[in-house]
Design a protein around this ligand. Structure first.
Ligand SMILES: NC(=O)c1ccc[n+]([C@@H]2O[C@H](COP(=O)([O-])OP(=O)(O)OC[C@H]3O[C@@H](n4cnc5c(N)ncnc54)[C@H](O)[C@@H]3O)[C@@H](O)[C@H]2O)c1
Length: 440
């Protein structure tokens, strides 16, 4: 008999929230005349402020513009060149739609200037696409200014940060919408597959094989940069700024495991290493991210899930996905799709197993669907709150990281009591504390 675990707050995990948001996503936008708790008028378009204007800030911002009536109205980044490049990108998109440019007074540079962006009257919704180390502070600033948030994953890099995000979720529940960038839950193929798993079509899951293999990532520093700037630009290689590859990137896979099992793991063992990643400019050697993890998670009911990942230098094998093996069948979902449910029980006289195609995995489309759901939740005043879900999945990755770093089994309970907190003590003021960008 499988034990159905409780969520961190003691109620059943995110299926209810998931169903609410995905059902809403399919229903199209509902326009209601009422203003929201913070005075937003449902019939006007939302102004989006972006904290962290790198690759994902530009991508997510573009997806908001493409899929909803959101307008990008404010930009903030620690570096001026990032603000200017994003401004050019979003002004072009605005022009194509016949909208005005972003006001110069809404362009902010310097690490403290997010405090100004969240105060802008032109901002209703804040997209947080800064490095994960800063996420809890950036989320807190936005919601305490009464703004809705789309917070990219992971929600934090350590246990203390995850607890902070959960507390923020509790405090602002029902006051603003808070989404976390775990978009796979909005993918048509994944939803079809998980619905079948939850309906018992493969029986009870007894084990799983999960993996995320990808290439090494591009270096962002330029010759002559001081170490601190190079470190921030190369944050994705820095385990304190990013959480390491398991927390920062591999999180998408473990989110599917938690979803399929409606639970979080009770313990983990594993190992990690740096087989090929020996040096990255600006990143101190003892902060350098791993280039691979090999883990075993145990879920309630003694369900064992293996997880392997790498970010290797060569342009070699690149694939990610999840395979669940149940008492009646198996599922197989690969990022390249399609996600399928295949039955390994064959009826009498039947030669091959039935295979059901649950739909193509299209994570680009899933992002748009998620953004529509967020905007709808704001417009209807039925605010979504994904803080607990985001924190629980982030903690799942932190559990695996802790087990690998410590080299022995770590339980969920021990992790939750660990008070783990990474304090970087970086003097970011030396890169400029904050001001509006001077346009040239
Ligand atoms: N959901 C997804 O599939 C997905 C995909 C890619 C990235 N992400 C997430 O998006 C976030 C950003 O990743 P990215 O790929 O855009 O990285 P990036 O390096 O391209 O962009 C990050 C930006 O943040 C800026 N920045 C650094 N420190 C800052 C600070 N203190 N305050 C404000 N800005 C700061 C950087 O200058 C940079 O422009 C990460 O959390 C990442 O995990 C999510």
């Amino acid at each position: 008999m499988k034990v159905q675990s409780k969520s961190i707050f003691g109620k059943s995990l995110s299926r209810r929230n998931f169903l609410r948001t995905t059902t809403a996503a399919g229903a199209g936008l509902l326009i209601v005349p009422a203003a929201t708790a913070f005075g937003y008028k449902a019939n006007s378009s939302l102004g989006l402020g972006i904290i962290g204007c790198g690759g994902r800030g530009n991508y997510d911002g573009g997806e908001f513009v493409a899929n909803t009536d959101v307008r990008v109205t404010a930009l903030m980044d620690i570096f001026e060149d990032k603000v200017l490049a994003a401004r050019a990108n979003f002004d072009k998109k605005a022009e194509e739609k016949g909208h005005g440019k972003i006001a110069e007074t809404n362009l902010f540079k310097g690490h403290k200037s997010y405090e100004k962006l969240v105060q802008s009257k032109d901002v209703d919704l804040v997209l947080v696409t800064s490095p994960p180390y800063f996420h809890p502070d950036h989320l807190e600033a936005a919601v305490s200014a009464g703004k809705h948030v789309y917070l990219e994953k992971p929600v934090a890099t350590d246990v203390t940060g995850c607890l902070k995000v959960m507390n923020i979720g509790k405090k602002y529940n029902g006051k603003v919408s808070m989404h976390v960038g775990l978009q796979k839950r909005y993918d048509v193929g994944y939803r079809g597959m998980i619905e079948r798993i939850h309906a018992g079509e493969i029986g009870d899951i007894v084990l799983g094989q999960t993996f995320y293999y990808t290439n090494d990532l591009g270096r962002q520093n330029k010759p002559g940069m001081i170490d601190l700037e190079a470190r921030i630009r190369n944050w994705v290689f820095d385990r304190a700024l990013s959480g390491d590859i398991l927390v920062e990137q591999n999180i998408h896979i473990l989110d599917i495991v938690n979803w399929a099992l409606k639970s979080h793991p009770i313990k983990a063992t594993g190992t990690n290493g740096r087989a090929l990643r020996k040096q990255v400019d600006g990143v101190p050697a003892d902060y350098l991210c791993s280039d691979h993890f090999i883990l075993t998670y145990t879920y309630p009911g003694d369900v064992h899930i293996s997880f392997n990942s790498n970010q290797f230098k060569n342009k070699g094998y690149r694939q990610s996905g999840e395979r669940f093996f149940g008492t009646k069948g198996a599922s197989d979902s690969l990022q390249s799709g399609p996600a399928t449910i295949s039955y390994n029980q064959v009826a009498e006289g039947q030669k091959t197993a039935d295979k059901i195609d649950c739909g193509k995995v299209d994570l680009h489309a899933a992002v748009g669907t998620k953004m529509k759901a967020l905007v709808e939740s704001i417009k209807t005043g039925k605010f979504d709150n994904q803080c607990e879900h985001g924190a629980e999945t982030t903690l799942t990755t932190i559990l695996g990281r802790m087990a690998a770093y410590e080299g022995h089994e770590v339980s969920w309970d021990k992790m939750m009591k660990s008070n783990e907190k990474w304090n970087l003590k970086l003097n970011l003021d030396s890169l400029g504390a904050g001001s509006t960008v001077t346009m040239r």
